[in-house]
Structure formats: C-alpha cells, structure tokens
Design a binder for this molecule. Structure first.
Ligand code: EPZ
Length: 426
C-alpha cells in the first residue's frame, strides 16, 4: 500500500489550483439517471471516489465518457448517458467501498419505479444510518423494504407522488436523494429543514439546467414541482471548498502565503472567518482566495454545524493547525459520533489534545515531531499531512488510499508550493 513521506519545516508559497468538488460530483453523477439524454459535467476531479461512482453507474447501464475539457476549464469532463437502465441493483461490493453510492436510490426510483441498493453500512467516523433517506422516499409514496442487507424500494404504479418531507435532522445525502426523487414525482414536493450545503445548491442548479422546477434553492425550505421528464445538460462542477480549506490550513501551519486558485469565498465564509480569527490575512481576489500567515496562530473555540456553520469536514484539519496555535482551542464535533480518529496520531507527533465525548481541548505546543502515522479516514488523513508539513523531521503517513478518495494530485499540488513530499509505492 502507498504511503506518503514528508519532511516538514518548509513555508508553502505560491498557487494551488482547486479541483471540482468531490461532494458535489458524487451527487451530480447519479443525476444522469434522471434522463435518457447526455449529462456533461465539466471540471471533473480525478479521484478514487469518482472512479467508484463511474463503476456503479456503468453497472446500472449508464455509459460514461471522460475527455479533456476544451472550454475555459482545464482538466477533465465526463459525459454520462443513461438512455436505458440495464439494472436497478446497486450491489454490496460496490456500495461498501463508497457510501455515497446510496445517492442512486432516489434517481433510480424516480426513473424506473424501483431500486435495490445495498445498505452502505457505517465507516470510521460513525454508523451513518440512512433512515432519513428512506422516510423521505416514503413521503413520496415509495414502499421501502429492508431485506438481507439491501434496501428494496418501489414506487406506486403511477410513479412517485409529490409530498411533504420534514427532516428532523439536517442531512446532506437525504436532501440530495429527496430532491432527485421529487423532480420526476407527480405534483409538488415541499422539503422542510433541507440541508443548505453549497453542493446541494450545485445539484439544484444542474437539475434546473436539466429542466427541473425547484424553488428556494439555498434555503432550508425547497419546493419542487415534478416534471414528466428531464433533458440533458452541461454543468460546471463547483470548486471543492473542503480541499480549499484544507490547503488554507496547510499554508497557515507552515507560516506560508498561498493563493487557492478558483476557490469561491461564498462557499466557505465561516471557514474564512475562523482563519481570520486565528490571525491569518485572507484576501478574496479575482483568481481565488489568498491565505497569508501573519504571526503566530491564535487558539479558537469551534463547534461544527450544518451549512452555513463551521463544516464538520474541516474539523480535523483545523485541529492539526491549532496544535501549534497559541493558547488553548476547544473543538466540538456535533455531526458525527466518532470523528476524532486523527487525535491519537496527532498526539504521537507531539500535539497536546484531550478528548472528552464530543469535545476536544487542544493546548498549543511549540513544535511537532515527525513520526510514522496511520490514516483512518479521508479528513483525518489530511490533518496528518498538515501536521507533517510543519513537524520537525520526517513523517510517513500510511494507508493513503483514504486521501486518494478526496484529494486530487495532493503531492503534486503541495510540492509545487515548496513542500518536501513524496509518495512511496508498495
Ligand atoms: C455528507 O455526508 C458528506 N459526504 C460528508 O463528507 C459530510 O461530512 C456530511 O455530508 C456532513 O456535511 C458526501 O457528500 C458524499 P449527513 P452524509 O447525512 O450525507 C445523520 C467527507 O469527508 N443521519 O448530512 O452522509 C448522520 O449520522 C464526507 O467528504 C441520520 O441520522 O451526511 C450524521 O450524524 C464525510 N440518518 C448527520 O445526520 C440519515 O438517514 C449528518 O449526516 C442520514 C444522516
């Protein structure tokens, strides 16, 4: 298995291009199931999760063609065409590798009237139930059965019907499944307490380009007027706000000065507020967001929350950065029950962190020391990379396949701004 070796102590200086957003594209790709016409997604990130999603969609009969983008966007684009659905079964061996596979449930049900999707199961950060997804689809008339580790969903004979969905807890994935099911349902659907993440806004914009009728985009109340069919479209995937925030933390911890090319400030307002609070200079420029360290980092008190609050996907990265902050920081993880897997590894590098339940108290130390560490989940892996960039000596991060799920060309992007980093195969 690959590992990444970093020798710390280099200030990051220069430009980092931000790729298309993983958590947007993993919902946009299944949207191709909603039409028999081609859906083209531009600014496609090169990620393991995108490959897994392609593999699943191919199994369902979707043809996928990846090409170099010709337009203003460098990088790649993908054209997905589901002219006929060959299968409505998302098998366990694919779904277990990528939980976001559950996002084919809503569109398959809307398009074909049935879907059989393996239960995704839990992961390192929590048991990740899908009860909210299932309740939402039942509100649209679906009949849901759980058997042998699979969800079996069937629409009423005349197809899904518009209904009222009120989420007791904000859920990104359940909102995405509900929206993709409702756009082809007969009649109007109201979704209360919908998630407002920028990735959902991006999905709604793509669906509207495909002919869907959605009001309230970006708000917690969505009203969807079902259509008989959707048509193809071309959509540019939004930039990855979590990748951008991760590299901002890397610039901060190394005392650097980095331009996050293509990052969109509106997607990451709360993250920028906290970076400024910690003493960084942040300037929003034409080309992206510039993050300049300006003296020692100050401690923060942070609590994760659904958008527009501080994102749970940035908690591990901020913790690494604040390990070298002045004073004490207090982080509270309110979204997932087990999202502190990075703590023992950061402590092995010399960080002073105490966890009690959902609260982590980080006492700033004067320095970190390189060590052999183990990645456990996507964002935890990035927090170890961030710590390693500032640590004295060499760090080896094992199980970097976690990183490859969500960070495109990480070593290339970091070495281009001065990091001493290399991937060691085998
Ligand atoms: C999405 O996961 C993201 N993944 C996660 O990013 C992100 O951390 C999360 O949203 C929160 O922002 C993708 O978009 C592919 P949720 P999702 O449903 O949709 C509970 C990363 O690092 N819940 O908003 O699975 C759940 O247990 C990944 O890029 C239920 O109880 O998250 C959690 O406590 C990690 N029942 C809370 O809601 C349900 O049916 C929020 O989960 C669904 C969720």
């Amino acid at each position: 298995m690959d590992r990444i070796k970093i020798r710390g102590g280099h200030r990051l200086k220069g430009q980092i291009p931000i790729s298309g957003a993983k958590n947007a594209v993993l919902a946009l790709m299944p949207a191709s199931l909603l039409t028999s016409e081609p859906l083209t997604l531009i600014n496609l990130p090169r990620l393991a999760d995108v490959d897994s999603c392609c593999h699943l969609l191919n199994e369902l009969g979707v043809s996928t063609m990846v090409a170099r983008s010709k337009g203003a966007h460098p990088g790649r684009e993908i054209t997905l065409t589901a002219d006929t659905i060959a299968s409505t079964i998302a098998p366990y061996d694919i779904v277990r590798k990528m939980r976001a596979s559950i996002l084919v449930l809503g569109p398959l049900l809307a398009r074909e009237g049935e879907a059989t999707v393996s239960l995704p199961g839990g992961c390192a950060i929590g048991n990740r139930p899908i009860d909210l997804h299932l309740r939402a689809l039942e509100a649209l008339g679906a009949d849901i059965e759980l058997a042998a580790g699979y969800v079996r969903a069937r629409a009423p004979d005349g197809g899904l019907r518009g209904g009222i969905i009120s989420f007791p807890v904000v859920s990104v994935g359940a909102t995405e499944n509900a929206v993709m099911a409702a756009v082809l349902a007969h009649g109007e659907t109201v979704i209360n307490n919908a998630a407002r993440e920028p990735e959902i806004v991006d999905l709604c914009h793509c669906l509207i380009a495909m002919g869907a009728k959605i009001d309230g985009v970006g708000n917690s109340r969505l009203v969807i007027h079902g259509c008989d069919r959707l048509h193809g479209a071309t959509h540019v995937v939004m930039p990855d706000r979590i990748e951008a925030g991760s590299y901002a933390c890397a610039a901060a911890i190394t005392g650097g000065d980095v331009l996050l090319q293509g990052a969109r400030s509106a997607d990451m307002a709360e993250v920028l507020v906290e970076l400024k609070q910690s003493g960084l200079n942040i300037s929003v420029e034409e080309e992206g967001i510039r993050v300049q360290a300006d003296g020692p980092l100050k401690g923060l008190t942070l609590s994760t929350a659904p958008f527009p609050g501080f994102p749970t996907d940035m908690q591990a990265q901020f913790m690494a950065m604040l390990a070298l902050g002045q004073g004490t920081s207090v982080l509270t993880e309110t979204i997932f029950e087990n999202r502190y897997m990075h703590v023992p590894e950061l402590v092995r590098m010399g960080a002073d962190i105490q966890v009690k339940g959902r609260v982590a108290v980080v006492k700033g130390v004067s320095g970190l020391v390189g060590a052999e560490v183990m990645a456990t989940d996507l964002r935890a892996s990035m927090s170890l990379i961030i710590a390693a960039l500032a640590a004295e000596g060499e760090t080896q991060v094992h199980r970097v396949y976690h990183l490859d799920r969500g960070y495109e060309r990480l070593e290339e992007k970091l070495s281009a701004v001065g990091a001493d980093i290399e991937r060691i195969g085998g």
